[in-house]
Design a protein around this ligand. Structure first.
Ligand code: AMP
Length: 227
C-alpha cells in the first residue's frame, strides 16, 4: 500500500506513521527526518536546506523531490510506504503521481489529519525527540518514564529548534498558504480520508487501521494477483 499522511505540523502524522508502518509492514518515509539527517551529516542537500528549515519555510521542491525519489526506489519500499510530510505543495504532489505512474503504481490512500491551531501549538511546544533513535515524546501527553531520557534506547531527548513558538506559527502560516490546497487535490482523486486528530493516540491509530482494512477489502481481486 502507498499512503500519504497530510496535515499541519504537529497533527500527529509522525507518531501515527511510526506505529502504522510497523503494524502494516510499510516503510515510514518522513521528508523532515530525511532533510534533518542531511543537515546533520552536512551533505550538499543539507547545506542548501538548513536555512529554510530553521526559518520554518518550505525547502525548494527540487531538493525535496530528489531526496524522496531516491528513497522510494529503495528495496524496502517495494511493498509500500507511508509518506509523512511529503508532498507539501501541488507541484510535489504532481511529481509524486508521475513518479508512481512510471513505476506502475499509484497512491492508495491519503489521510488528512484535521487538528485545531491550539492543539498544534500545545503539541509542538511540548514535543521532545530522542537524539539516538528519533522516537517522539511529549512532556505532557507522552512523557518518557525518566525525565529527558528515551524509554526505548536511553538516548537524550531534545526539542527541535523549529518547535519554538515563533517558528511554529510561521510553519502554520506556510502550511495554510502552500499545503492546504492538497486536501482538495486528493479529495477530487477520491482517495482522501479525514482523521480527527484531536482524539487520543490509540483511537486515531484504530481509525486509521480500520480504514486501511476496509480499503483492502474492496480492492478488486486482480490487484492481489488472484485473477
Ligand atoms: P517536518 O518534520 O515534516 O515538520 O519538516 C520539518 C521542515 O523540513 C519543514 O518545516 C520544512 O522546512 C522541511 N520540509 C519537510 N518536508 C518538506 C517538503 N515536503 N517540502 C518542503 N520542505 C519540507
Amino acid at each position: 500500500m502507498r499512503i500519504v499522511f497530510l496535515g499541519p505540523p504537529g497533527a500527529g502524522k509522525g507518531t501515527q506513521a511510526e506505529t502504522i508502518s510497523k503494524e502494516k509492514n510499510l516503510s515510514h518515509i518522513s521528508s523532515g527526518n530525511l532533510l534533518r539527517e542531511a543537515v546533520e551529516t552536512g551533505t550538499e542537500t543539507g547545506i542548501k536546506a538548513r536555512d529554510y528549515i530553521e526559518k520554518g519555510l518550505l525547502v525548494p521542491d527540487q531538493i525535496v523531490v530528489d531526496i524522496i525519489k531516491e528513497r522510494i526506489l529503495k528495496d524496502d519500499c517495494k511493498e509500500g510506504f507511508i509518506l509523512d510530510g511529503f508532498p507539501r505543495t501541488l507541484s510535489q504532489a504532481k511529481v509524486l503521481d508521475e513518479m508512481l505512474k512510471k513505476l506502475g503504481n499509484k497512491l492508495d490512500l491519503v489521510f488528512y489529519f484535521a487538528v485545531s491551531k491550539e492543539s498544534v501549538v500545545l503539541r509542538l511546544s511540548g514535543r521532545r525527540i530522542c537524539s539516538i533513535c528519533g522516537a517522539n515524546y511529549h512532556v505532557k501527553y507522552v512523557p518518557s518514564s525518566k525525565d529527558g531520557i528515551c524509554d526505548k534506547c536511553g538516548g537524550k531527548l531534545y526539542q527541535r529548534a523549529d518547535d519554538k513558538l515563533e517558528t511554529v506559527l510561521e510553519r502554520m502560516r506556510v502550511y495554510h498558504e502552500q499545503t492546504e490546497d492538497l486536501i482538495e487535490y486528493y479529495r477530487k482523486n477520491d482517495i482522501l480520508k479525514e482523521i480527527v486528530s484531536d482524539a487520543n493516540i490509540e483511537t486515531i491509530t484504530k481509525n486509521i487501521l480500520d480504514i486501511i482494512k476496509s480499503n483492502l477489502k474492496y480492492k478488486p481481486l486482480i490487484s492481489f494477483g488472484v485473477i
